[in-house]
Write a protein that binds this ligand. Sequence first.
Ligand code: SF4
Length: 81
Amino acid sequence: AKYTIVDQDTCIACGACSGVAPDIYDHTDDGISYVTIDQNEGMVEVPAELHDDVEDAYEGCPSDSIKISDEPFHGNALKYS
Ligand code: SF4
């Protein structure tokens, strides 16, 4: 996965993703997660050394809100759903 984005409409603010991939995900004051490297636009390539972290976050998200793709999301988390 080269690109990632959080579907903030389904994120339940559990905090898991920022725990396993803190260089990619953070959360706002209300706990909703976002991708730090591009303000959750899914447009900046995830650095290769962080791919495993992103995969772990993807696998661990309880609401399937983390999206990953080989192509950029252009701000639309459901682009490839
Ligand atoms: Fe939201 Fe999923 Fe991250 Fe939990 S793991 S904060 S539900 S995106």
